[in-house]
Design a binder for this molecule. Sequence first.
Ligand code: AMP
Length: 188
Amino acid sequence: MRAVLLGPPGAGKGTQAARLAERFGIPAISTGDIFRANVKGGTELGRAAQEYMSAGALVPDEVTNAMVRDRLAQDDARKGFLLDGYPRNPDQGVELDTMLSDLGVRLDAAIEITADIDEVTKRLLKRAQIEGREDDTEPVIRKRLEIYATSTAPLTAYFEGRGLLVQVDGMGDVDDVTARLIAAVDSE
Ligand code: AMP
């Protein structure tokens, strides 16, 4: 399976991506996790990404696209992958198509985890206390949700137009959401 996971910050993409990846035996590739590891490790990529991340802004497409292209070319992604947090705007969506066609493969599904905005804001503020992510403060959360609405949400229509969109309700119990996702993917 080759799929992307869409949905607002706080919808549970990271948690669900890890579960689905295990279920299907493919890597979950989270661009946010890769950026955070690079910031922590003080790499050049981390330095390029840090200021955007702490402001809740998108890291520039050239930087992000190059990183994803490298990651998808790795051996473990050959059988399939689940992208979490990429693409994040329509240009990245087009770039992903180019990457996949260069690899001679196609996307099977774009799975959107839908969630209520008040609920995701609450979840993110709670996560801030647990994980201490520096972009989980109220003003930065507001900015990330705004970017989701303006830049990322339009991707839903892009994938829908190509017959790839699958929408799954992300509200409620985590296990129930996982079950809904597996059922949706299996019926594809
Ligand atoms: P996430 O863990 O997916 O919430 O991502 C955390 C942060 O990493 C985002 O707020 C962005 O600053 C950056 N980021 C992650 N994925 C992307 C992407 N596809 N394009 C640009 N920036 C990204």
